[in-house]
Design a protein around this ligand. Structure first.
Ligand SMILES: NC(=O)c1ccc[n+]([C@@H]2O[C@H](COP(=O)([O-])OP(=O)(O)OC[C@H]3O[C@@H](n4cnc5c(N)ncnc54)[C@H](O)[C@@H]3O)[C@@H](O)[C@H]2O)c1
Length: 322
C-alpha cells in the first residue's frame, strides 16, 4: 500500500516538538492522520506545535523516549507507524560525552523499538545522518557507500539503523532509514551547531556578526525541511521497506556561497567575518539521492534560493512576534 492521505493512520512521532519533527506533524495532520508526539522538550519547543494543538487528531505526551511508560502508551494507542526523530543531535556534544549520546540515541532507539513491538506497529521510519559516512571517498556519496562512523553520534545513529534490522528479524516490524543531509527551514534553532542556515539567518536579520571558517570553501548539501518531510510521509507507506535512502540534493554549496544567498534573501550586506578553519571539520559533503527517486518516488523539489527565502520570512515573522 502506498502512502495515502485521508485514511486516518495513527502515527507516533518521537521528537515531534523539534525542527523536523514538528514540520512532519503538521503535514501528517494536514493529510488527515492521527498523530501522537512523544517529546521531552529538551531541545524542542512547544510553540512549534501551536498549529498541531488546534487539531482534535493531535496529542502531545511530554515524555523521555527511554521511559518504560512509552511501551504502555504504544500498547494502548497501537500506532500503525512510528517516525523516530528524537535524538541527541550534536556531533560535538557526542565527542564531549559519548555515554550521554549513547543513552539517548542507542538506549532511546531500543526503547522506541520495544514500544513499536508492544504497539503492534507495522513500520518504523528512522532519521539517520550523513555523519555515518565519515570522510567519504566519493561525493555525492552513493546510497550504497560504506559507512565509516567517526564520532559517537555517527556510531549511535548507525547502531539505530542496525537495531531496526534486528527488530525486523525478531518481530517482523518493517522499517525505512532516511539518511538526512543538512536540513534547513522554518523552526530550525540557531542555537545548535548543525543549523548554519539558521545561524546566518539570525545574524543577518539582527545585524549581529556572522562568521565563515577558513576560506569558506567547505561544502554541505542543503535540503529543505518540507522536502525531507515529504520523504518521511512517503516512507510511512510500504515503499522503501527494509531500505535506507539518502535524502539530500546531491549539490554541494560552500559556506561562502550560502552566506551570500542568505544575505540576499535577508536583504543584508554579504560581509561575513572570518575565523580559522576548525580542526576536524569535514571539507565536503553531498549525498546522491537517486535510490530514493526509485524506491519512494521522492525528489528534493525546493531550490535553495526559494527555501532560504521561506526560512528568512519565517524568522522575520517570528522575531516580529517576540
Ligand atoms: N537537522 C538536520 O540537519 C539533521 C541532519 C541529519 C539527521 N538529523 C536527525 O533528525 C532528527 C531531528 O533533528 P532536528 O534537527 O529536528 O533536531 P531537534 O533538536 O529540533 O529535534 C529533536 C527533538 O527530540 C527531542 N528529544 C531529544 N531527546 C529526547 C528524549 N530523550 N526523549 C524525548 N524527546 C527527546 C527534543 O526535545 C527535540 O524536540 C534527529 O534524529 C537528528 O539526528 C537532523
Amino acid at each position: 500500500m502506498p502512502y495515502e492521505r485521508g485514511v486516518g493512520m495513527r502515527v507516533l512521532v518521537t521528537g515531534g516538538a523539534g525542527f523536523i519533527g514538528s514540520n512532519l506533524v503538521d503535514r501528517l495532520l494536514e493529510d488527515g492522520h492521527e498523530v501522537t508526539v512523544v517529546d521531552d522538550l529538551s531541545s524542542g519547543d512547544r510553540a512549534n506545535l501551536a498549529r498541531a494543538e488546534d487539531s482534535p487528531r493531535f496529542t502531545l505526551q511530554v515524555m523521555d523516549i527511554r521511559d518504560p511508560a512509552l511501551a504502555e502508551l504504544a500498547a494502548d494507542w497501537r500506532p500503525e507507524v512510528v517516525c523516530h526523530l528524537a535524538a541527541q543531535i550534536s556531533v560535538r556534544k557526542s565527542v564531549a560525552d559519548p555515554v550521554h549520546d549513547a543513552r539517548l540515541n542507542v538506549e532511546g532507539t531500543a526503547s522506541v523499538l520495544t514500544a513499536a513491538q508492544r504497539g503492534g506497529t507495522r513500520k518504523v521510519v528512522f532519521a539517520s545522518s550523513v555523519a555515518v559516512y565519515g570522510r567519504p571517498a566519493v561525493i555525492p556519496v552513493p546510497g550504497d557507500a560504506a559507512t565509516d562512523p567517526r564520532s559517537p553520534y555517527a556510531a549511535s545513529k548507525l547502531s539505530g539503523e542496525t537495531y531496526l534490522a534486528t527488530f525486523k528479524a525478531l518481530y517482523g516490524i518493517d522499517y525505512t532509514t532516511l539518511v538526512l543531509s543538512n536540513v534547513y527551514g522554518p523552526r530550525q534553532s540557531p542555537d545548535g551547531e548543525a543549523g548554519v542556515v539558521a545561524i546566518f539567518t539570525d545574524g543577518l536579520l539582527n545585524g549581529t556578526p556572522t562568521v565563515v571558517y577558513g576560506e569558506g570553501a567547505q561544502t554541505r548539501d542543503y535540503v529543505f525541511v518540507e522536502d525531507v518531510v515529504d520523504g518521511f510521509v512517503r516512507a510511512c507507506g510500504e515503499a522503501g521497506g527494509g531500505g535506507r535512502f539518502n535524502l539530500g540534493t546531491g549539490v554541494e554549496t560552500t559556506d561562502r556561497q550560502l552566506h551570500a544567498l542568505v544575505a540576499e534573501a535577508a536583504g543584508a550586506p554579504d560581509r561575513p567575518g572570518t575565523a580559522p578553519a576548525r580542526l576536524g571539520d569535514l571539507p565536503a559533503m553531498a549525498v546522491d539521492p537517486a535510490p530514493a527517486f526509485e524506491a519512494l518516488g521522492w525528489r528534493p523539489r525546493t531550490e535553495l534560493a526559494t527555501g532560504l527565502k521561506a526560512t528568512v520570512e519565517w524568522a522575520r515573522a517570528r522575531s516580529a512576534t517576540r
